[in-house]
Write a new protein. Structure first.
Length: 259
């Protein structure tokens, strides 16, 4: 907790809003997407989906392959509590929807389905996109699949797998994914492993979003390595997320933006 507080204070000290951004690409993203105040009708669908999980009082046995939980002390967890404490927040889900809606990716990969809260935002952002979502825990994936399909989400492919195994054996082709949301294993080793495995899929318009980049000192180290990678041109640190672009026409810059 001390680490997060220190990191957040440092973030506040160094961050800016649109007025500190001189890149036209990033300025448009910040003003037209991040700070977009429009009340999209999709927000009510995301909220309805969240409520369906919050009302689910069943317990499941969670298989956790990641960095663990700061909230839960046991792997037996109530679905409503997972949705309330471990899932993406309502504000972040709306932002994820806006980012997907703004870039209109044709193919999306999500690493870490959990209960499908972020999945619903990705799906609604571009309903013609092909969404592939990976989850290591069979029970969690089962709940997400049932709830999302019951809520009429139709553009999602569910894969229950260990992430590194899937990414290693899958025949990843260039431009396979236009947007990737990394939210599956908040450790330095795993994050950098996924980063390297997926580099072969990038194109000029590719967008990558890393969740919890300030989760720990190790995750901050991973974020610094990603920022400095020669193929990465633009990064945006929003504290919760690290957003990465590979646009060849952009001057290499790192932004810290308050949202």
């Amino acid at each position: 907790m001390k680490h997060l507080i220190k990191s957040y204070l440092n973030f506040l000290w160094n961050s800016t809003n649109q007025h500190g951004v001189h890149s036209p690409f990033v300025f448009n993203l910040v003003t037209k997407c991040f700070y977009d105040k429009k009340q999209y009708p999709e927000y009510s669908i995301i909220k309805k989906y969240r409520n369906s999980l919050l009302e689910n009082k069943k317990f499941i046995e969670v298989t956790d392959f990641g960095a663990g939980s700061r909230v839960f002390k046991s792997n037996k967890r109530q679905i409503s509590k997972i949705a309330n404490t471990a899932g993406i927040s309502p504000k972040r889900a709306e932002l994820l929807f806006r980012i997907t809606n703004y870039f209109q990716p044709e193919s999306v990969l999500e690493i870490g389905t959990s209960l499908g809260l972020a999945t619903s935002a990705l799906s609604l952002g571009n309903e013609s996109a092909k969404i592939t979502t990976l989850e290591g825990c069979p029970k969690t994936q089962e709940i997400a699949k049932f709830q999302l399909e019951n809520s009429k989400f139709q553009n999602i492919k569910f894969v229950t797998t260990k992430f590194e195994e899937y990414l290693s054996i899958y025949n990843l082709q260039p431009t396979t994914y236009n947007l990737i949301y990394f939210d599956g294993n908040h450790s330095k080793k795993a994050t950098l492993e996924y980063f390297e495995l997926l580099l072969q899929t990038i194109a000029n318009e590719t967008v990558w979003i890393f969740d919890d980049i300030h989760w720990s000192k190790e995750m901050e180290e991973a974020w610094e390595i990603i920022k400095n990678h020669p193929k990465v041109t633009v990064t945006i640190d929003t504290f919760q997320w690290g957003i990465v672009f590979f646009r060849s026409e952009q001057v290499k810059e790192n932004f810290i933006i308050r949202i």
